[in-house]
Design a protein around this ligand. Structure first.
Ligand code: PMP
Length: 324
């Protein structure tokens, strides 16, 4: 198995199963029409969930799966996507698919609820049928670096009265993709987006944290940050394990230049230090101690090695399913 620059490992597509139109089918059979509404307008919501391979357990640990599906169903409410599954049923379908695909490496799980109606010139959500599909693929390192050099994006993060920033609507990702493309073509690892009024919002696919004088700060959702599940994990660990309070407040761009530590958090990105922003080193340009400690705890937890937080992991014993 090889891994490309975006962390997606190559796999044999003939053997990969997906969940499509209520059934498990080979990916080659999961096809939609060019008339599909979501293809034209981005009328869908998706999730990115990680399953982390633990060789000793011979199991994939799916991290905080139910929380991801609760967020997906929140997005379904806003976009009027009527799919016939509860969060628990979606978890069950996911576990079954991971078992069927017999993954024995880290994986990325991509649920997608979308307007499947084959009718393009209609902008009324209430009239459009929806469907749900699910893909699981081998996945590695997403950001391609464990010490990020970032730039402030010339693109602004979408604003709630334009398109709801608190859900993972497919169409929103044109915003993230423009920012990420600009950053990487300019030689940076990741973009930091400001919100409509010029305050720090988040990365193209990650939440942002800043450490200053022993306190941790992160923008609130009113600054159009996504309510990240990794963000919540970081906040719980900082509070419960390090005894540090998190200030959720507006952050100015220049505060980041003067921060002691900056890091990004996200399912694909994990918890990764930013060592440079707009060609200025953050502090001494090395990952800071609070970031490193949180990162160490996080990596232990997501592979199911910390009994205190094992309830966050859904263990799927795929190792024993693979023929010797
Ligand atoms: N912001 C954006 C725009 C994202 O796409 C993501 C990834 N889902 C995040 C933040 C981080 O969210 P999470 O920790 O739930 O993956």
């Amino acid at each position: 198995m090889t891994t490309n620059a975006n962390g997606q490992a190559s796999f044999n597509a003939d053997e990969l199963q997906v969940f499509f139109r209520g059934q498990f089918v080979p990916v080659s059979e999961a096809k939609v029409s060019v008339m599909t509404h979501a293809l034209h307008y981005g009328t869908g919501v998706f999730e990115g969930i990680r399953g982390n391979w633990n060789a000793e357990q011979e199991a994939i640990n799916i991290f905080r799966m139910r929380e991801h599906y609760v967020r997906l169903l929140d997005g379904c409410r806003i976009l009027m996507l009527d799919i016939p599954y509860t969060a628990d049923e979606l978890c069950d379908i996911t576990t079954q698919l991971v078992e069927r695909n017999r993954h024995v490496s880290d994986i990325y799980i991509r649920p997608l609820a979308y307007k499947s109606e084959e009718l393009v010139a209609n902008l009324k959500l209430q009239e459009l049928a929806a469907d749900f599909t699910l893909i699981t693929v081998p996945f590695g390192n997403y950001l391609g670096s464990d010490r990020l050099r970032c730039c402030t994006s010339s693109w602004r993060r979408v604003d709630d009265p334009m398109i709801p920033a608190r859900i993972k609507a497919c169409g929103i990702y044109v915003n993230s993709i423009l920012a990420k493309t600009e950053a990487t073509l300019s030689g940076f690892d990741e973009a930091i987006l400001l919100n409509h009024d010029g305050h720090v919002s988040e990365g193209s696919g990650e939440n942002l944290f800043m450490v200053k004088d022993g306190r941790i700060y992160t923008p609130g959702l009113e600054d159009n940050a996504l309510g990240g599940i990794t963000r919540d994990t970081v906040m719980q660990l900082a509070r419960n394990e390090l005894g540090l309070e998190i200030d959720m407040r507006t952050i100015d761009r220049s505060e980041l230049y003067l921060a002691d530590e900056v890091f990004l958090s996200g399912t694909a990105a994990h918890l990764t230090p930013v060592v440079e922003l707009d060609c200025r080193p953050i502090a001494n340009g090395e990952p800071g101690p609070i970031t490193s400690e949180l990162q160490r705890m996080y990596f232990d937890i997501v592979v199911g090695n910390n009994p205190k937080y094992r309830h966050w992991c859904t263990q799927v014993k795929t190792g024993s399913l693979v023929p010797a």
